[in-house]
Design a protein around this ligand. Structure first.
Ligand code: C2E
Ligand code: CA
Ligand code: CA
Ligand code: CA
Length: 277
């Protein structure tokens, strides 16, 4: 039999180890996770509500833990965004896209997948330069969109504008995310040569919460139309919202009504079924 003292020491060792790993900072655990490629894209379809067809998708980062659990970005995106790790993660996601979506990209030449960027991706030339290299190697940049959020401030709008131009020259589509909720407003629209406005869930919600107070939503839609920009409505959960948006001329819609974000494999399956029906 094993002496009790050895069993006791092993137990102590195990407990200390458990406590230890839990005390690693989130930043450190994320660094490891990025190295192990545990951060991957889930894809949420964007639907033409008039026809029911899938016109694109948004790539949203998920942390697949070694035990198989899936963590949403709410718990870690701020830590990523505040460190240089976000650069590596974004490039990993973009690099995986052609493989993740190979069948879809090939069969639907107009299908476009968007990726969320942070200000440092725009204010420094590295991301645009990286895309130039990818594009030279045959990357389908005309099937890529970048989402620029209004949630975070851009310090150097001119530099950002120049990098956006570089991406645009490759055929990348430029989208304004979280429109109307943050910093940029009209200056972003003017300086960043925006092609698509993504109307935030906040405004889509007014269609249910206070249908007689949709002035901001209507003004956003009107502005996009006046400027010749496309519109995508986010966070569409109810058929009545979808219908009301269609009546206002907003065909492209994204939300739980149609589908949640899915793993690449699930997304391609979802797309196949929609194609066949
Ligand atoms: P976002 O860019 O505004 O993305 C939309 C969020 O709304 C996603 O949450 C999506 O899952 C969720 N959503 C979609 N449809 C519905 C709906 O009908 N109802 C509700 N209640 N929610 C809906 P998620 O994936 O948790 O991402 C949260 C935020 O994290 C994103 O907001 C974005 O700001 C950030 N994020 C996600 N992935 C990335 C990434 O790869 N890079 C960066 N920089 N940020 C990311
Ligand atoms: Ca987004
Ligand atoms: Ca958004
Ligand atoms: Ca949002």
């Amino acid at each position: 039999t094993i002496p009790i003292s050895i069993v006791f020491s092993l137990l102590c060792f195990y407990i200390i180890h458990l406590i230890g790993t839990q005390h690693y900072s989130l930043g450190y655990r994320l660094t490891l996770a990025v190295k192990r490629r545990e951060l991957v894209a889930f894809y949420q379809p964007i639907i033409d509500a008039q026809t029911g067809y899938i016109v694109g998708a948004e790539a949203l980062v998920r942390w697949i833990k070694p035990n198989g659990s899936v963590e949403s970005p709410g718990a870690f995106i701020q830590t990523l965004e505040q460190s240089k790790l976000i650069n590596k993660v974004t490039l990993q996601l973009v690099n995986n896209m052609p493989n993740d979506l190979a069948e879809v990209l090939q069969c639907s030449p107009n299908f476009r997948c968007s990726i969320n960027l942070v200000p440092q991706h725009l204010e420094l030339p590295f991301f645009a330069d990286e895309l130039v290299t990818l594009s030279k190697n045959g990357y389908p940049c005309h099937q890529l969109a970048i989402e620029i959020t209004e949630r975070l401030p851009l310090k150097d709008l001119r530099e950002a504008g120049m990098n956006v131009e570089k991406m645009k020259a490759l055929g990348v589509c430029i989208e304004l995310d979280d429109a109307g909720t943050g910093y940029g407003g009209a200056s972003y629209l003017q300086e960043l040569n925006i092609d698509v406005i993504k109307i935030d869930k906040l405004f889509v919600d007014t269609l249910i919460i206070s249908p007689d107070r949709t002035q901001v939503l209507d003004a956003n839609i009107q502005m996009a139309k006046t400027l010749g920009m496309q519109i995508i409505a986010e966070g569409v959960e109810e058929p009545s919202q979808s219908k009301a948006l269609l009546e206002k001329g907003v065909r492209f819609q994204q939300g739980y009504l149609f589908a949640q974000p899915m793993s690449a494999v699930e997304f391609v399956k979802f797309w196949r079924i929609r194609q066949e029906s």
